[in-house]
Design a protein around this ligand. Structure first.
Ligand SMILES: Cc1ncc(COP(=O)(O)O)c(C=O)c1O
Length: 224
């Protein structure tokens, strides 16, 4: 089995191009791997459809695939534990087998899923007006994050650090590997009150137009 992130890779923010997904498909086929595609950020990268490119490619071209789609981020219902498990099988007999196994696992794990989050998503997706509003709000979140990524790199330009951190603007989703070292992260925390994990992973959604100049200045200081 191989676990793949459909889009907005957590923690790196690096996503696969269409050509790279094609290569992944070939490797999965060649090695007879079962892909489990973790789809936690649909709509946060390039768009609802665009972000599904790799998922669709694999689902359409393989006999078997497992897709775990989360509603936590794109519906903003993290605490409701809502998502869905999509399984691709080559025929109905195989699907019956998978379904009965999945039912056993679910029974042993949580027995019955919480219903409230699913009802919220169902209400939205069955109402064209609510669906349009949801898409609009999702686009707003995506555009905000992608704009902040570009603005982060822009803010570093006066310090001559824009090229060094250019990857942040190329990456997608909530997270980025900034390339800041553990020591630099420690200094950001101790000297500037800026917090991120020591791997250098930053939550881009935590950037804002207000805090970017301060962040850029602090990053420049720890690059000295
Ligand atoms: C890649 C990835 N998969 C899954 C999850 C969790 O999804 P859920 O809230 O549906 O359990 C996260 C983050 O919380 C994530 O970053």
């Amino acid at each position: 089995m191989v676990v793949l992130h459909a889009c907005c890779h957590n923690p790196t923010g690096f996503d696969l191009s269409h050509a790279q997904w094609q290569e992944v498909l070939e490797i999965v086929r060649e090695r007879k791997l079962l892909p489990l595609i973790d789809f936690a950020y649909q709509g946060f990268g390039e768009g609802l459809d665009e972000d599904a490119y790799g998922v669709r490619l694999l689902a359409e071209n393989l006999d078997e695939a497992i897709i775990t789609s989360s509603c936590s981020k794109n519906f903003g219902i993290y605490c409701e534990r809502t998502g869905c498990l999509i399984m691709v099988a080559k025929d109905s007999e195989q699907m019956d087998n998978i379904r009965s196994q999945a039912a056993i696992v679910a029974r042993e794990n949580y027995s019955n899923p919480p219903a409230h989050g699913g009802a919220i998503v169902s209400e939205i997706l069955h109402d064209p007006e609510l669906t349009a509003l949801w898409r609009e709000e999702l686009t707003e979140m995506r555009d905000r994050i992608n704009t902040l990524r570009r603005d982060f790199v822009e803010a570093l330009k006066p310090y001559g650090l824009d090229e060094k951190y250019a990857c942040v603007a190329e990456q997608r989703g909530m997270f980025s590997y900034t390339g800041l070292t553990p020591e630099q992260v420690d200094r950001l925390r101790d000297e500037f009150g800026i917090y991120m994990v020591r791997s250098g992973r930053a939550n881009v959604a935590g950037f804002s137009q207000e805090n970017l100049p301060y962040l850029a200045k602090a990053i420049a200081a720890v690059n000295d």
